[in-house]
Design a protein around this ligand. Structure first.
Ligand SMILES: [Zn+2]
Ligand SMILES: [Zn+2]
Length: 390
């Protein structure tokens, strides 16, 4: 089959790779209909994540048809249209039973690097082949889906592919930012980043009763989308004193909840050495500008939720402000299995619309072009979506 493979720093190519096969009774094979780019792919593309090797298949946000099922799969049949959670989780371990699916003990089969750097290995994810599980990505014609009854969800008929594909990753990540950020009715919520996750965090915050939602970015077309589709107020950070403006719009206190949905995709620099970058022992660390601003702007006693993808260590983190302002700081990779059924229901009732995020569509063969547009935010690109079967 054809697949979009990482070939080296900033180099991608479409290659012929072996078809995936069922490896155990709970697996299924999905024929991909949509596979979206995600900001979390950009550190991989830039070579900032150790363990990625030339030939690895990228991509973790996808939707498709069930092509083949293992004998122990109960909830799916060949031909069903399913969206698959980007996080691979077993559904059975202690963490999964707490709803902390992306922390699954069995989701990653290859956690050595993460265990050394973070104290524990984390759960699996498609398209991060060696670091988080050995699972090939979804920018391919077919994907092997382990724990299929846990991670794949039937898509209700009225929900289009272009809407449902974002239930795989961006929508649960957005919902999580608002819910674990502890948004309550009447809150003022600020969201850094008007990409797909930021826009969906804004929609979720409104659904949870926020009084005002303010989205911060520097790309006018993304800010317009946040206004139109998420009903958010917006700030262009190059033209505004963001903390002052946020105080002004929140009774002088600062937002109750601040969600960072940027990460370090924008100019994170190049590694001196991958391992040193990851462990913080040398080379430039990641620069969490938006997290610093969120901590600075947040009201005393408020919550800062970090959604952006960081890989290792950061410099100059304002821990003093976290302590003296009594902030709650939370973060996670999305625990999608917890929210995807609810999100699909909302999509079916037309309460959650996401198809506008699919700004650019490509055949898989145009994958390198799709990634370049997405990485550079060129031509108004919010997400490139690949259709491997045309
Ligand atoms: Zn993602
Ligand atoms: Zn588990």
């Amino acid at each position: 089959m054809r697949a979009l493979c990482w070939e080296g720093v900033d180099r991608l190519a479409v290659r012929q790779v072996p078809d995936p096969e069922l490896r155990n009774a709970h697996d299924m094979i999905v024929r991909v209909r949509r596979s979206a780019t995600c900001g979390a792919d950009l550190p991989l593309l830039a070579g900032r994540v150790p363990g990625l090797a030339a030939g690895d298949v990228l991509g973790h946000e996808f939707l498709g048809e069930v092509a083949e099922i293992g004998p122990a799969v109960r909830r799916h049949r060949v031909g069903d249209r399913v969206v698959v959670c980007a996080a691979v989780a077993c559904g059975n371990c202690w963490y999964c039973r707490q709803g902390l699916y992306s922390c699954c003990d069995n989701g990653a089969t290859t956690g050595t690097v993460t265990e050394a750097a973070w104290g524990q290995p984390t759960g699996g994810c498609y398209g991060h082949p060696r670091r988080t599980g050995g699972f090939a990505g979804s920018h391919a014609e077919y994907v092997r889906v382990p724990y299929a009854d846990v991670g794949a969800f039937a898509v209700p008929d009225p929900v289009s592919d272009d809407r449902a594909v974002f239930a795989s990753d961006a929508a649960p990540a957005g919902w999580m930012g608002a819910e674990l950020g502890a948004v309550r009715p009447g809150d003022v919520v600020a969201v850094w980043g008007a990409g797909a996750v930021g826009q969906l965090t804004a929609q979720a915050a409104t659904a949870l009763g926020a009084d005002r939602v303010i989205v911060i970015d520097r790309y006018p077309e993304r800010l317009r989308m946040a206004e139109r589709h998420a009903g958010a107020e917006t700030l262009h950070y190059e033209h505004t004193d963001v903390p002052a403006e946020l105080r002004e719009r929140s009774g002088g206190r600062g937002p109750d909840v601040c969600v960072e949905a940027v990460g370090v995709a924008d100019g994170g620099g190049r590694p001196v050495s991958l391992a040193d970058r990851f462990t913080g022992r040398g080379g430039p660390a990641e620069d969490p500008l938006a997290v610093r601003e969120a901590v600075h702007a947040c009201r005393k006693g408020g919550t800062v939720f970090v959604s952006g993808t960081f890989t290792g260590f950061v410099d100059a983190f304002p821990l003093g402000a976290v302590m003296h302002k009594g902030l709650t700081l939370r973060s996670a990779r999305q625990h999608g299995q917890r929210w995807i059924p609810m999100l699909l229901d909302r999509m079916a009732r037309d309460e959650l619309r996401t198809e506008h995020l699919a700004t650019h569509r490509f055949d898989l063969d145009q994958g390198p072009t799709g990634y370049a547009l997405f990485r550079d935010r060129a031509d108004g690109c919010v997400r490139s979506v690949f259709t491997p079967h045309g």
